[in-house]
Design a protein around this ligand. Structure first.
Ligand code: AHM
Ligand code: MG
Length: 346
């Protein structure tokens, strides 16, 4: 690379440091934590890159010198996240999609262990065997309890109190996208020198609703408001949707990421019979909601903004719709109309 080709750029490290510089009172504890998640994601990236090979090698028993079974990639990603974060002085506890209970870490020195990190280590793992993008999602809260060890309540905080949220998409390129409440910023991993480089500063969801993303095979299980919403966007006469396409990967990170960049809505609504959604509030929906709001969009259950929900359990599932502000507000109006109609006919 000649000198003239070389221009100023930020890595994830230098960008976080520059943001930290804007808060002179900051001790850098939180920034270290974010950098550490970046490191964990590089380790997961390395495993994901070898996904097809791990199976071949594992099946032949070549790498199992300990006589252990080949780990599935999602539990491997979970172990990487735990091992990378557990000795961080800033981390008081972890919660993961792969763990039934929170992992409460031992007492740390005074003033430390003040954050809890919640994560889905490998979102979309059912796609991995077909070489389709997968992701990692994370959410960070400051502890609310004051003891030296975490309380369960530290993990059950509403999304609006997240201090940071983000995801990594392991796709054609690997990208790290995060917010600390000051815009959404995306970094692309340069495989040649193993660093995340700032590629998407201050991402805003485009106004056009280019993509409609839902598992449409579930249409008959949706309530009337959701069906009306889907029909309006897919088949209605509104010229706003003339160029909208259905796009669904089945990895929430990939669907969310595409819609963040192109504009659109992603839906995983409740099953009409059970009233339950599929996606998990704490480490899928709440972080996506913070990112969407920071990029100018919204996230809702249809009846409540996701950021306002007070969790009642660690693995709570909710109905979820996220994307362009205008469409999410429309969805909320249709749900309100359906509820009002049900009330008057009751
Ligand atoms: P996972 O976290 O166990 O991978 O499950 C969540 C995934 C999401 O990534 C995706 O949006 C959804 O499940 C797909 O579900 P479906 O196959 O029902 O469409
Ligand atoms: Mg998931």
């Amino acid at each position: 690379m000649s000198e003239s080709e070389f221009r100023d750029f930020h890595t994830l490290e230098s960008y976080i440091a520059s943001q930290q510089g804007m808060h002179p009172q900051s001790r850098g504890v939180f920034s270290n934590l974010l950098r550490r998640i970046g490191l964990a994601s590089k380790l997961i990236h390395a495993k994901v890159q070898k996904a097809g090979l791990l199976n071949i090698l594992g099946a032949r028993g070549v790498i199992n010198v300990q006589g252990e079974q080949q780990m599935k990639l999602d539990s491997l990603a979970n172990e990487v996240m735990k091992a990378t974060l557990r000795w961080m002085p800033a981390v008081g506890g972890l919660a993961s999609e792969e763990e039934s209970d929170p992992v409460v870490l031992g007492p740390r020195d005074e003033g430390e262990g003040e954050y809890v990190v919640l994560f889905d280590p490998l979102d979309g793992s059912s796609n991995i065997d077909a070489n389709i993008p997968v992701g990692t999602i994370f959410s960070i809260h400051r502890r609310t309890s004051s003891g030296r060890v975490c309380d369960p309540e530290d993990f059950l905080q509403p999304g609006r109190s997240q201090v940071a949220a983000g995801y990594v998409i392991y796709g054609a390129s690997t990208m790290f996208v995060y917010t600390t409440g000051n815009g959404v910023h995306g970094f692309t991993l340069d495989p040649e020198f193993g660093e995340y480089v700032l590629s998407h500063e201050n991402i805003r969801i485009p106004d056009a609703c280019t993509c409609f993303s839902a598992n449409e095979r579930n249409y008959q299980k949706w309530d009337d408001a959701t069906k009306r919403f889907a029909d309006h966007i897919r088949f209605g006469p509104d010229p706003r949707y003339a160029r909208t396409s259905s796009r669904y990967v089945g990895t929430a990170v990939a669907d969310f990421h595409r819609n963040l960049l192109y504009g659109g809505v992603f839906l995983y609504p409740a099953d009409r019979k059970t009233g339950k959604g599929k996606l998990r509030l704490l480490y899928e929906c709440a972080p996506f909601a913070m990112l969407a709001e920071q990029a100018g969009g919204l996230a809702t259950t249809g009846r409540q903004r996701v950021a306002e929900i007070h969790p009642t359990e660690l693995h709570q599932r909710i109905p979820f719709a996220v994307g362009n502000r205008r469409e999410i507000e429309l969805y909320e109006r249709l749900v309100a109309e359906m509820d009002a109609k049900a009330k008057t006919s009751a």
